[in-house]
Design a protein. Structure first.
Length: 220
């Protein structure tokens, strides 16, 4: 039912936990395949992908182009775009399946879903960063790429596919974006290296200075 597409570039340190979180859904038959669109890794990313039984393809480096290449190879009717350092918490598969069933049964209109943002770290600053991302998600239904994106092939094709994250998400209307309760736990290394304050202020600025397109989505 779902093809998972993961862009990779020297992801040996984070990839294994990301793939491990998909295993229960593979066993249950929800995830049909996992496609790694690699932008030219020079570490052990390919070895990990082979050991996990995933399909690895070469793609032009760049997140949007890698995701587009992976989607072009996908066979399932639903696509889950996921970063190589994003670990979906237990229970995500059941919630994703319920969402898919609501859409396919016609109980709700075509829509895409994303997961709640969480960082793999403790303390006030990680909490603040999570809160700011959640505020952005709730106000504008504009998730970050590392929150994952679950979308039907039909809707994906209607939007014209990936060019970059912002293009695809911003083409969706507010009513076509659903935040699931399950969390996507993201590695905190970037926040730790760049500084939580800098990342938090940048997230806050994006909320306060959101583009006109985001406001148009907010008010329909």
């Amino acid at each position: 039912m779902i093809s998972v597409v993961i862009p990779t570039l020297n992801a040996e340190r984070t990839l294994a936990p990301t793939l491990a979180a998909l295993v229960p859904a593979v066993v249950d038959g929800l995830v049909q395949e996992a496609i790694l669109a690699d932008g030219g890794s020079s570490d052990d990313t390919r070895i990990i992908a082979d050991a996990a039984g995933t399909q690895l393809i070469d793609a032009p480096r760049g997140r949007g182009s890698q995701l587009a290449a992976g989607a072009a190879q996908a066979r399932a009717n639903w696509l889950l775009f996921l970063d190589a350092d994003t670990v979906l918490e237990p229970g995500w598969a059941e919630e994703a399946q319920a969402f898919i069933e609501r859409v396919e049964s016609g109980r709700r209109s075509q829509a895409a879903a994303f997961f709640r943002f969480a960082l793999d770290d403790d303390g006030f600053m990680p909490w603040l960063a999570e809160w700011l991302v959640r505020l952005r998600s709730l106000l504008f239904a504009m998730p970050y790429g590392d929150q994952g994106l679950l979308i039907s092939r039909k809707l994906y094709d209607r939007l014209g596919g990936f060019r970059d994250d912002a293009d695809l998400v911003q083409l969706l209307k507010r009513g076509e974006m659903v935040m699931l309760k399950s969390r996507a736990v993201i590695g905190a290394q970037r926040y730790q290296s760049e500084g939580y304050l800098a990342c938090g202020l940048r997230n806050l600025g994006q909320v306060l200075l959101s583009p006109v397109r985001a406001l148009a989505r907010l008010y329909g």
